[in-house]
Design a protein around this ligand. Sequence first.
Ligand SMILES: NC(=O)c1ccc[n+]([C@@H]2O[C@H](COP(=O)([O-])OP(=O)(O)OC[C@H]3O[C@@H](n4cnc5c(N)ncnc54)[C@H](O)[C@@H]3O)[C@@H](O)[C@H]2O)c1
Length: 255
Amino acid sequence: MDLNQRLKDRVVIVTGGASGIGAACARRYAAEGARVVIGDLDADGAAAVAGPIGGIAMRCDHTDAAQCQALVALALQHFGAVDVLHNNAGTGWTGRFGDMPGEAARRLLEVGVMGPILMTQAALPALRRSAVPSGGALLFTASGLGLHGRPMIAAYAAAKHAVLGLMRSLALELGPEGLRVNAVCPGIVDTPLVRATTGGWGPTEQVLENFRLGTPLRRLVQAEDVAASAAFLISDDARNLTGTALLVDGGAHEA
Ligand SMILES: NC(=O)c1ccc[n+]([C@@H]2O[C@H](COP(=O)([O-])OP(=O)(O)OC[C@H]3O[C@@H](n4cnc5c(N)ncnc54)[C@H](O)[C@@H]3O)[C@@H](O)[C@H]2O)c1
């Protein structure tokens, strides 16, 4: 087996693939031989990532069931299958819980929880038909904040705890059908999301430096580090892993 081509010819849908962690995952999957389909609110950004890696992209708001169906239809039309769904798109908010506008909380949960639910429902029939011998795979980008709490980010932590509840329950429900369901749980990664939404914790550079100092390894997690773990989880190297929440946080959870 060519270990550099673990995902050869597998059709992988990545939501939120226009930027940050999702873009790094899309590039990594393609480098390992996958055919990548990106759905993102940012159509131009998604096309800019998909083009150079031989993938395809479309504007897709994963909180809208019809748009999720359209993304799956695009994958089937161009590549004839869906072997993996990586639910990655998300958004954030930091600040004092009592100050969070209700609408911001509603949107955060809509994007963070309803999006993955609707996208998964849309992709399930195709995932069940995957011809990959080890079966179709679902992957969620959760967070270290799906496993523990932190001040000034309660609604986001609630959304990520929900994602892990979804992941674990689907692993049990879909396992007998041969589908694997896992999550990657990054620590803080310097992405546009972090720069736009961690102001409630302080200036971004300070937030990143504090996090780095809080890791036993004293180094920040890169989007490419998350992508390497994600590629493992959707590959046959993880064929006996399901219901796993894999932390990629430099050991910060132990500190
Ligand atoms: N950056 C971090 O520190 C970090 C840590 C843990 C988990 N995460 C999670 O990683 C995922 C990716 O985050 P990122 O940091 O790469 O952010 P990012 O902002 O760089 O990328 C997120 C992408 O999701 C897209 N998106 C947002 N709402 C969408 C919607 N409704 N439908 C479709 N696409 C939508 C955005 O347009 C963007 O391209 C998120 O789920 C986030 O919660 C990030």
